[in-house]
Design a protein around this ligand. Structure first.
Ligand code: ADP
Ligand code: MG
Length: 156
């Protein structure tokens, strides 16, 4: 799972498929199909942590899920970022920049909504702890987040 990390990626935030993440208090900003297709095809599905920034805003901690996209009958992946920050407004159509740093766990099925939510809360706590480590804090200051025309774009 770690082979492709850290992974830098930038792209537009699009409408997801309304799984109601926001109603659970855990909105996830979805990348377009085009951005997802640019990911290494062998990147593991599951939950990751890293840094994220909307437009040229501040850089925040995030947890990210790479999963199978039910809209495409689970033959395509979806990439969804939950930014650990409270935003005043939605940011559909804006450019989201992320660096994926580490892997937390594989995808799982949960018996109940409560179990799902508490797993996600644990993922968020784990992401917060990991990202406070000096080697991970460093990437927050990466030029990728501060130069809009930064040369590392989707690792090309
Ligand atoms: P969708 O199915 O359209 O992705 P969600 O319920 O997952 O709907 O909500 C995602 C949207 O919520 C994002 O596209 C973004 O505009 C907004 N949003 C607000 N706060 C956050 C946040 N902290 N992290 C991610 N997205 C957020
Ligand atoms: Mg979403």
């Amino acid at each position: 799972a770690m082979r492709h990390l850290p992974y830098f990626c930038r792209g537009e935030v699009v409408k997801g498929f309304g799984r109601g993440s926001k109603e659970l208090g855990i909105p996830t900003a979805n990348f377009s199909e085009q951005v997802v297709e640019s990911f290494p095809s062998d990147i593991s599905t599951g939950i990751y942590y890293g840094w994220a920034c909307v437009g040229n805003g501040d850089v925040h901690k995030m947890v990210l899920s790479i999963g199978w996209n039910p809209f495409y009958k689970n033959i395509k992946k979806s990439v969804e970022t939950h930014i650990i920050h409270t935003f005043k407004e939605d940011f559909y159509g804006e450019i989201l920049s992320i660096v994926i740093i580490g892997y937390i766990r594989p995808e799982k099925n949960f018996d109940s909504l409560e179990a799902l939510i508490s797993a996600i809360q644990e993922d968020i706590e784990e992401a917060k702890r990991q990202l406070d480590l000096p080697e991970h804090l460093k990437l927050r200051e990466d030029n990728f987040f501060h130069l809009p025309e930064g040369k590392i774009l989707n690792n090309h």
